[in-house]
Design a protein around this ligand. Structure first.
Ligand SMILES: CC(C)(COP(=O)(O)OP(=O)(O)OC[C@H]1O[C@@H](n2cnc3c(N)ncnc32)[C@H](O)[C@@H]1OP(=O)(O)O)[C@@H](O)C(=O)NCCC(=O)NCCS
Length: 213
């Protein structure tokens, strides 16, 4: 596994009446038996059933993947968190880092022998794009967004957002660090151009994203 990234992206949908889940489907009830008390408590506090489904899928998925990678039962894995909330796998001599993300309808998990971050966001039309852009995008990125066709602006903005959030999650900061201080080229082969000093040099951070979104 050194140098490899294990990546899992899954759609989360309600079971159709009478439909038998396919071979790769994980019945969520089964997934809930894997969670620890803290996760189960967080799960029960989520009010919307879609958020509960995604939370469950992401945490059960993370346990199944990490259990496979480190060779331990998924329900036996223990987690801690960094000062800023980044989850860490305890009793982890292989020093596996992981990241999870859950949005309504989709979840993602990534694991690797290096700092890793992943983010999924539902594709949607963004309101107040100009004001949100100032918080998330650097001036040169805002200029790129302004040049984009009106129809593609929300999609491009969400591409910037997910790439930056994944990087800031890999760094363990999340949005405790201002995303508009991270400057990226969000083109087909996304590249990190500049990062705040706390993240070291831009060259040490690499981005992976589907080329068409
Ligand atoms: C990390 C963060 C960007 C996630 O935002 P989001 O888009 O709502 O959620 P996602 O589904 O993509 O990711 C959530 C997961 O990120 C992880 N996460 C939380 N804080 C994190 C951090 N600082 N770094 C990396 N990952 C983090 C957790 O696994 C979390 O899952 P959980 O809430 O189900 O346990 C946001 O929670 C954040 O910015 N957190 C830290 C900011 C902060 O201010 N922390 C200081 C006080 S604790």
């Amino acid at each position: 596994m050194p140098g490899e990234i294990v990546f899992w992206l899954a759609a989360v949908f309600p079971p159709e009446e009478g439909a038998t889940p396919g071979p790769t489907a994980l019945p969520l009830e089964q997934g809930s038996t894997l969670l620890d008390a803290q996760e189960t408590d967080c799960l029960t506090r989520l009010r919307h059933h879609e958020d509960r489904r995604s939370y469950l899928a992401a945490h059960a998925g993370a346990r199944l993947i990490l259990g496979h990678v480190v060779g331990r039962p998924p329900s036996a894995l223990r987690f801690g968190a960094s000062a800023n909330g980044k989850p860490v796998l305890l009793l982890n001599p292989q020093e596996i880092d992981f990241s999870l993300s859950h949005a309504r309808g989709a979840v993602a998990v990534a694991a690797a022998h290096m700092p890793i971050g992943v983010d999924v966001e539902p594709m949607r039309e963004m309101d107040q794009l100009d004001s949100v852009s100032e918080l998330v995008l650097a001036a040169e990125e805002q200029a790129v967004l302004r040049k984009a066709s009106k129809a593609s602006r929300s999609r491009l903005f969400l591409r910037y957002w997910t790439l930056k959030e994944a990087l800031l999650k890999a760094a363990g900061l999340g949005f405790a660090a201002p995303p508009n201080e991270v400057i990226i080229d969000a083109g087909p082969i996304p590249t990190v151009l500049s990062v705040p000093p706390a993240l070291g040099s831009a060259a040490q951070w690499h981005l992976i994203a589907p080329s068409d979104t």
